[in-house]
Design a protein around this ligand. Structure first.
Ligand code: DLL
Length: 431
């Protein structure tokens, strides 16, 4: 199995913890000295950098939340003078202003290095051709992956998203071997490839795809793997932590390795803020250990996951997390029940005949409507088949969520196509 940096990736756990502690202490001292916002927060929590003697002492420090990013916006949390910053990325916030993250030259280099580890871990190497179908621009998705792939020596096609005909032409003309794409767009592109009568196993050179930027289920992975005859690897990240590559699957596809020399991870109970037991589900909290321009301490990601404490067969010592189960912000309530869109996606993608697109419409607190596209042929057949399918969807969603949905079956192409992050939930409730 290939490694980009075998020594660091397989560092004995004890050494890895030592390295984390050294970097944590340095980071805390730096933000205390350079970022007034953190200094004040630490003082309010009555904690000094010298109080951090063990990794567990991190619990003494206050959390950083999205709201902290807006204090003295946009440079409030930056630890370097502007002359040392070379890149800005943002991510659209739910409330007006975007979250702004700055990178120094060292940060750009380091994030590329992290991506290089991720790609090589999945078997990618020189000679591979990566079609980068994520959005280039303020979003981290495309640029961060681009620099990492180039670092490995991989030929990058900076396709960006959209124009599906052209995506397919690029794949055919240049022999694309790998895709970087959102799961919702991947489903769509795969369906267009098949509709055009292209046999991806024979007519294309695709081997693998990196899917991330939004939650998706194991069922969606399997569906796209089967449609295209490729291996799909889950790629997790967030703008606040450089973008893609914070967590990445290895060839065993059994959880995402978090690069622990770069990120200190905790999983907490989102209500109490207390750590959960190893292996229990909670909110992922991350501290940057190797970031120059904008170190973040105990950043609340809002993403729900659990740590997989067992060692991985690949030999990497960096612990894994499970697939992101949902974002606490994405959860919605119907009939008093907490529901994550992913629960519905999981059900839909496991049902034969369901196509790639769906939406959840919320008009009241007592009802949810699931609009789902199904294979075209089903509309040409007997009405009984449609009724049976609708009942199957209703039953399975009810047993997964405890809420009986209304279901509308639609022809493919009815719902809006997403080329980036899909908007799955339309919440029209006003109060
Ligand atoms: O989505 C960074 C990224 C780009 C990751 C490309 C992977 C690939 P943001 O726009 O800041 O950054 O959104 C981050 O998206 O907190 C999660 O809620 C969600 N997310 C990202 N990757 C995954 C994934 C990029 N693999 C937010 N599974 C995160 C589930 C994901 N959710």
């Amino acid at each position: 199995m290939e490694f980009w940096n075998k020594e660091l990736e397989t560092l004995k756990s004890q050494k890895l913890r030592q390295l984390q502690l050294e970097r944590l202490k340095k980071t805390i001292l730096r933000v205390y000295q350079k970022v007034p916002h953190y200094r004040v927060k630490f003082q309010e929590a009555k904690v000094k950098p010298t109080d951090i003697k063990h990794l567990e002492d991190i619990h003494k420090l206050p959390f950083t939340t999205k709201e902290d990013l807006y204090v003295d916006y946009p440079f409030g949390l930056v630890a370097l003078p502007v002359e040392k910053l070379i890149r800005l990325h943002t991510s659209s916030g739910t409330t007006g202003k975007p979250k702004a993250i700055f990178f120094s030259k060292k940060d750009i280099n380091n994030s590329a290095d992290i991506i290089a580890r991720c790609l090589v871990m999945t078997g990618a190497k020189r000679g591979d051709i990566l079609q980068n179908s994520m959005t280039y621009g303020l979003f981290t998705g495309a640029f961060v992956m681009h620099y990492g792939a180039e670092k490995v020596g991989i030929l990058v096609i900076p396709a960006g998203p959209g124009n599906t005909e052209r995506q397919i032409t690029l794949m055919r003309d240049f022999g694309t071997t790998m895709l970087h794409i959102t799961p919702s767009y991947a489903l769509y592109v795969a369906s267009v490839i098949l509709d055009k009568g292209i046999d991806p196993r024979k007519d294309l050179k695709l081997k693998r795809a990196y899917l991330g930027a939004e939650p998706y289920s194991e069922e969606t992975r399997k569906k796209i793997e089967e449609m295209l005859g490729i291996d799909i690897y889950n790629c997790y990240g967030l703008t606040e932590m450089n973008g893609p590559g914070v967590g990445f699957e290895c060839k065993y596809k059994a959880g995402l390795h978090i690069w622990e020399d770069n990120f200190l991870m905790e999983v907490i109970n989102p209500e109490s803020g207390e750590p959960v037991k190893d292996g229990e589900i909670g909110e992922l909290v991350l501290t940057t250990l190797n970031r120059e321009a904008m170190p973040l301490i105990r950043y609340r990601t809002r993403d729900l996951t659990r740590i997989i404490p067992e060692p991985c067969k690949c030999g990497r010592t960096h612990r894994r997390i499970s697939r992101i189960l949902g974002r606490s912000d994405d959860m919605f309530i119907v009939k008093g029940v907490n529901i994550f869109p992913q629960q519905i996606e999981q059900v839909l993608m496991s049902i034969k005949g369901v196509a790639q697109n769906y939406q959840i419409i919320l008009e009241s607190y007592d009802e949810m409507t699931v609009k789902v596209e199904i294979d075209k042929e089903l509309f040409d057949g007997k009405i009984e088949r449609l009724i049976k399918m609708k009942e199957e969807i209703i039953d399975k969603i009810r047993s997964a969520t405890m809420v009986k949905p209304k279901v509308e079956l639609l022809e493919p192409g009815t719902l809006p196509i997403s080329e980036g992050k899909a908007k799955r939930v339309i919440d029209n409730r006003t109060i």
